[in-house]
Design a protein around this ligand. Structure first.
Ligand SMILES: [Zn+2]
Length: 361
């Protein structure tokens, strides 16, 4: 987009905005540049997990090239990430494992998708989920923060572990992006096996980036669900909420799904009022985070509260509180233990930390 100002003979100034459409395959560098500019303005020098731009080339033009995909997946430099029920395969140090995609292994996969390429390596993700596979499964009391490691009989030396548990350790941008795409895309295929127009089973297409219905020929694309998450400030304090199903004491920033026909700013104002009856003004965008649980995009915002009294709406949240900056610092350094905050790697933790550092004011 280019912006210019023209002055006519009467002194009238006109603002001219020129939009340039960009080929889909060339969009990624522009996004990366935009991201860097935003980060520079905000003086952010680190990122929430999955949000740091990586060197992955998504190679959109190769997704429909069956010959390329067939050869690439069996190439000696290609690598395959396996998922079982949305959990990536890891070694005994919780490092994600990349395998060679051998023919016998590919035959066992329910779904395989092309993630992209980096430094001559083509990356794929495969789903080995089978409902009747016997697994070593521990008792799980809280799926949201499931610390279990599962073992699959075909891969006895490895484990499958929830991606949420790996968040604090996924600082390397390429690895994080590969895991985010793999989890989100394979999850989408698992829950979208039928045509939403006519109900016929649909087929995978474009290296996993769409599905086609053989009956009515309609094509379906993976969705991304926008969620607003907001740091709401009033003087020296920020607004924190608590959901019913969270671990005891945990509080985080308020968040909610955007609705059709709604702007980001309106969604922030609506969600905060619905949950707490706090009125919000001066909403601004801060940063975003792909959140593949299952296919969300977290849109981090800042807003200013114009009233003090919180009235937590119990049909929405268990509780909401104001916490002053010093109180949050006490929680961070461990001197206050009745409240816990979101784990490192989430955009909630990122925004809270940037507020404590004085970067978000
Ligand atoms: Zn159909």
């Amino acid at each position: 987009m280019a912006v210019d100002f023209l002055k006519d003979s009467n002194g009238l100034i006109t603002c001219v905005i020129e939009f340039k459409f960009v080929e889909m395959g060339k969009l990624h560098p522009l996004i990366a540049i935009t991201e860097k500019k935003i980060m520079h303005q905000m003086n952010f020098n680190d990122f929430a997990t999955f949000a740091r731009p990586s060197q992955l080339e998504r190679k959109i033009d190769k997704r429909s090239d069956a010959d390329f995909l067939e050869k690439a997946v069996l190439g000696k430099d290609s690598r395959l990430l396996l998922f079982w029920k949305g959990m990536p395969m890891v070694d005994n140090q919780s490092n994600p494992v990349f395998l060679l995609a051998e023919k016998e292994l590919i035959k066992t996969l329910g779904t395989m998708v092309y993630l992209g390429s980096c430094d001559g390596t083509d990356y794929f993700a495969g789903d080995i989920t089978r409902e009747n596979t016997p697994l070593t499964v521990n008792v799980v009391e809280n799926r949201l923060f499931d610390p279990s490691q599962y073992q699959h009989p075909n891969f006895p030396e490895y484990y499958f572990k929830g991606l949420r548990m790996l968040l604090p350790y996924l600082q390397e941008s390429l690895l994080a992006e590969l895991l985010a795409i793999g989890k989100a895309l394979l999850g989408w295929h698992y829950t979208h096996r039928y045509c939403s127009f006519c109900g016929h089973p649909s087929d995978i297409k474009n290296g996993g980036w769409s599905r086609i219905c053989p009956a009515c020929k309609s094509e379906h694309f993976p969705r991304c669900d926008p969620v607003v998450i907001m740091l709401i400030l009033r003087q020296n304090k920020a607004l924190f909420g608590r959901s019913y199903h969270w671990p005891q004491g945990m509080h985080s920033l308020l968040a909610g799904f955007m609705e059709p026909g709604e702007s980001i700013e309106s969604a922030v104002v609506r969600e905060v009022y619905e949950e707490t009856e706090i009125l919000v003004e001066n909403v601004s965008y801060l940063s975003s985070q792909p959140w593949p649980f299952p296919t969300s995009l977290m849109i981090g915002c800042r807003g200013e509260a114009s009233n003090d009294t919180i009235n937590p709406q119990k049909n929405e949240i268990e509780n909401a509180i104001w916490l002053e900056r010093e109180e949050v610092m006490d929680i961070y350094d461990g001197s206050r233990t009745d409240i816990s905050l979101p784990r490192k790697g989430s955009i909630a933790e990122f925004l809270i930390r940037k507020w404590l550092e004085g970067i978000i004011i």
